[in-house]
Design a protein around this ligand. Structure first.
Ligand SMILES: Cc1cc2nc3c(=O)[nH]c(=O)nc-3n(C[C@H](O)[C@H](O)[C@H](O)COP(=O)(O)OP(=O)(O)OC[C@H]3O[C@@H](n4cnc5c(N)ncnc54)[C@H](O)[C@@H]3O)c2cc1C
Length: 463
């Protein structure tokens, strides 16, 4: 049964897309949710195969004033009590699913470029690049389940972003279908390029509110030959922040620094993390590069990690020792589950020098709200460990979260390091962005999407 699309739109869609159109309720239901617990049944789904079909879809939707929402694999990450909901369609929407547009057009390691369709899985691209001695640096933990289009629209980063950057730093060009149904190709095949406004990076991180990305020219990097891991434990968070600042300021930039506060360490230790001395903060750092270069890089990182408050310093390069050092990270998620099965994960990032203030601020909020908060991860995840079966904690959770956002913004931090805004954080954005830049964003949206049909209601607060 079709949904509530105005007549004769179902017939027009059927005539245009034939078998690629899903109108059956059960089939549509699969495209109505993401990794959040949000759900909304789209009225129709088109399994696009070619850019021309994406153009046709947007034109048909525009003529009927019906919203169109792009969908990769829809695993947008869990943030507030649910996911950001960026890929969840509102009611009365046609979904453009990119699962069938998953071809690699061209790989040229010498030119450091790879041209791919938007529905290509990130993990499949990495596997195709590896024999060329290359990789595409953004590597969200969801790499095997998320698409290049979804990665770009979310500006995904991953643990290696400190050294290699996020999607925005690793895309040379793209082609996107705007709200008028026209394909706008932009960018270049070269690392340098200065031919006008930077339209390539504009849709990156804009959660499908400016255009449906159909193809991207990505910038792969040479695959590192060797990775070394350094683990440093500190007596207090100030010492850890001081070490982090020293590590980031020296020339051998680490590729994947991670942080954990004392509460997270206690939980990991209680759940069997091996060789974990008592400490109030941990830094786990990877250095990568050539066989010779990486040893020197790890020496430099370890040297910078030494300083006041250091409790323990360990280093590993064979797989067994690396696994042992990194076990602390592996046991944390399962350790958190029984404590708070519905934890609220927030990817709130502050400048390194403000890390102690962040930890102390969050501790104060935890104390005042009665909800434990732990901090860990590459993006500075802050997890509010609230128990939904406890009415007092359920009542306190929204204001605790609001206080966390305020605290992070006061420390010159950001609402989202990498999980995005979607629906969940949309209404917090006016706290983070002043009216003039917000107005400019709305104006850009109107320029690309005159009728406001592209993923309406996401990312930007309602005007
Ligand atoms: C377990 C897990 C771990 C994660 N870890 C990390 C991490 O470490 N670092 C990190 O940065 N992120 C992380 N993420 C977030 C992840 O990067 C995004 O969820 C993912 O990139 C989205 O890809 P997708 O194909 O699922 O897109 P979807 O969820 O389908 O879509 C996400 C957004 O992109 C839009 N979109 C999708 N395709 C297109 C297109 N072709 N054109 C225009 N817009 C489009 C959608 O409309 C939506 O707004 C994680 C997510 C999960 C579930």
């Amino acid at each position: 049964m079709p949904g509530t699309l105005p007549a004769p739109l179902p017939e027009i869609l059927h005539g245009t897309f034939g078998d690629a159109l899903l109108l059956d309720r059960a089939q549509r239901a699969v495209y109505g949710y993401d990794n959040s617990r949000r759900e909304a049944l789209p009225d129709a789904v088109v399994l696009t195969r070619e850019p021309a079909q994406v153009e046709a879809l947007v034109r048909v939707c525009r003529a009927a004033r019906v919203p169109a929402v792009a969908r990769g694999r829809a695993i947008s990450v869990i943030s507030v009590i649910s996911a950001t909901g960026a890929a969840v369609p509102a009611a009365g929407v046609v979904v453009a699913s990119f699962e069938r547009m998953a071809r690699i057009r061209h790989i040229a390691p010498g030119d450091r470029l790879a041209v791919v369709e938007a529905g290509e899985l990130d993990g499949d691209l990495q596997r195709a690049l590896a024999p060329h001695g290359a990789f595409w640096p953004p590597d969200p933990t969801s790499t095997n389940d998320s698409t290049i289009g979804g990665n770009l629209a979310s500006n995904a980063g991953g643990p290696r972003a400190v050294k290699y950057g996020t999607c925005r730093d690793n895309v040379l060009g793209l082609a996107a279908v705007t709200g008028t149904g026209e394909t706008v190709p932009c960018g270049a095949c070269t690392t340098k390029g200065r031919t006008g406004y930077d339209l390539t990076r504009l849709p990156v991180g804009f959660e499908d509110t400016l255009g449906l990305i159909v193809e991207a020219t990505l910038k792969p990097s040479p695959l590192p030959v060797r990775v070394l891991t350094v683990r440093a434990l500190y007596s207090d968070v100030h010492a850890a922040a001081g070490a982090a600042a020293r590590i980031m300021a020296q020339p051998a930039l680490p590729c994947a620094p991670e942080f954990m506060d004392g509460d997270a360490l206690d939980l990991a230790r209680a759940h069997g993390a091996p060789d974990l001395p008592q400490a109030a903060a941990l830094a786990l750092i990877e250095a990568d590069g050539s066989t010779e270069g990486v040893s020197a890089a790890a020496d430099a990182v370890a040297g910078a990690a030494r300083g006041p408050g250091l409790v323990d310093l360990a280093r590993a390069d064979d797989p067994a020792s690396v696994a042992r050092l990194c076990a602390v990270r592996k046991v944390l998620s399962p350790a958190l589950r029984p404590v708070a099965p519905k934890k609220i994960n927030e990817d709130l990032v502050v400048p390194v020098s403000r890390l102690p203030e962040r930890v102390e601020g969050l501790r104060g909020i935890a104390y005042a709200s009665g909800i434990p908060i732990v901090a860990f991860g590459h993006a500075g995840i802050g997890s509010l460990l609230y128990r939904p079966e406890d009415p007092a904690q359920t009542a306190a959770a929204p204001s605790a979260l609001s206080a966390v956002f305020d605290r992070v913004l006061a420390l010159e931090g950001t609402l989202s390091g990498e999980h995005g805004i979607g629906l969940d954080k949309r209404d917090f954005r006016p706290r983070a962005i002043d009216p003039p830049p917000l107005d400019a964003m709305h104006a850009i949206k109107r320029g690309f999407d005159t009728n406001g049909i592209l993923n309406p209601g996401k990312l930007l607060p309602l005007p």
